[in-house]
Design a protein around this ligand. Structure first.
Ligand SMILES: N[C@@H](CCC(=O)N[C@@H](CS)C(=O)NCC(=O)O)C(=O)O
Length: 329
């Protein structure tokens, strides 16, 4: 695990010394937008026009943030429009690598060995973390964005000339509700599991743990009244939660010590997880081998033996009870 300082790679873990043992996630630095007409998004200088075949995603199948972008690419039918390279699940001293084995594709654009070479290709003097997902522009040979929450908004609408324009995961009428749900789910759940797992003091861990399970309890309650987080249709808020839920029982319960309850212990959340998993195309984006091998194998400070637990038994394909919310015809 490491980062770039003025374009040079340094093998260095997260620094929690100045924050009372708390894990504080760094802001993503590449924040441009692909738009339909190529005009720069509000407040941005550079514009990127949506075109088929022009953009590429660098992802890890283990990473919940990258997973969001893969789900949007599949559901919006953009597989032939946006290409993908998958990094290897092991993230060690060189960060994410392009070792092409075990369902990792290698770097299908440049044949680089390490993801950090993609960052320095875009900016030879870049300083910061080298994260997935990356949305890459093959034409300008640069990074458009490395912020998953913004990449999924681009995939949701900018490529509708080629993708499935009938699906909108951020509909105008529900934006207020979706933003409200995201404002709970991101800090307490998506990032909450990392805040618990990467904490280096008992107090910081317990703070994250409390926030996490209180947010899960809130959502369990919400999902007793409605099928999805923002009401009766699937939105971005659901896919953002899904990628954390699907990693929860196999990884976060043990590896990140998020063990008050499993998702399997929540009737509504567990049925909801199966409901989303069974949406056509989604199961193909879930690679539990990469997920388990990455976390247990890469975080040496948390799991020095790198032993990957064999369980738990999971069956996301089992029947769920969420159709009980189906509207009367
Ligand atoms: N805010 C970013 C976070 C992405 C992120 O942290 N990805 C992790 C993998 S799950 C990563 O690449 N970490 C490498 C590092 O921090 O050095 C996003 O949502 O796109």
């Amino acid at each position: 695990m490491g980062l770039l300082v003025e374009g040079r790679w340094h093998d260095r873990g997260y620094d929690t010394a100045g924050s009372g043992g708390r894990f504080v996630r760094a802001q993503s630095q590449w924040r441009d937008w692909v738009t339909r007409d190529g005009a720069p998004a509000e407040g941005r200088k550079r514009g990127f026009k949506a075109e088929p075949g022009r953009y590429h995603l660098y992802v890890s199948l283990a990473c919940p943030w990258a997973h969001r972008t893969l789900i949007f690419r599949v559901l919006k039918r953009l597989k032939d429009v946006i290409s993908v390279s998958v990094v290897h699940h092991f993230m060690g001293a060189n960060g994410w690598t392009f070792l092409a084995e075990d369902d990792a594709t290698g770097d299908t654009l440049y044949g680089f060995d390490f993801l950090h070479q993609i960052y320095t290709r875009a900016d030879p003097a870049y300083s910061g973390r080298v994260t997935v997902p990356v949305l890459w522009d093959k034409k300008e040979q640069t990074i458009v964005s490395n912020e998953s929450s913004e990449i999924i908004r681009m995939l949701n609408s900018a490529f509708d000339a080629w993708g499935d324009a009938s699906l909108d995961f951020y509909p105008q009428a529900l934006r207020g509700e979706i933003d409200k749900v995201n404002a709970l789910v991101y800090p307490s759940i998506n990032n909450g599991v990392y805040r618990a797992g990467f904490a280096t003091t008992q107090a910081a861990y317990e703070e994250a743990f409390g926030d996490l399970f209180s947010a899960l309890d809130t959502l369990e309650d919400r999902l007793s009244q409605q099928r999805y987080l923002a009401g009766d249709r699937i939105t971005e808020a659901d896919w953002r939660l899904f990628t954390t839920l699907v990693r929860f029982d196999p990884v976060y319960v043990g590896h990140f010590k998020c063990n008050l309850r499993r998702i399997a212990d929540y009737p509504n959340l567990s049925n909801y997880l199966r409901d989303l998993y069974q949406v056509h195309g989604v199961s193909g984006t879930v690679n539990l081998h990469h997920i388990k091998a990455h976390y247990y194998g890469s975080h040496e400070t948390i799991n020095p033996t790198r032993i990957v637990p064999v369980g738990p038994e999971l069956d996301h394909g089992a029947p769920h009870d969420r159709a009980r919310f189906r509207k009367a015809a």
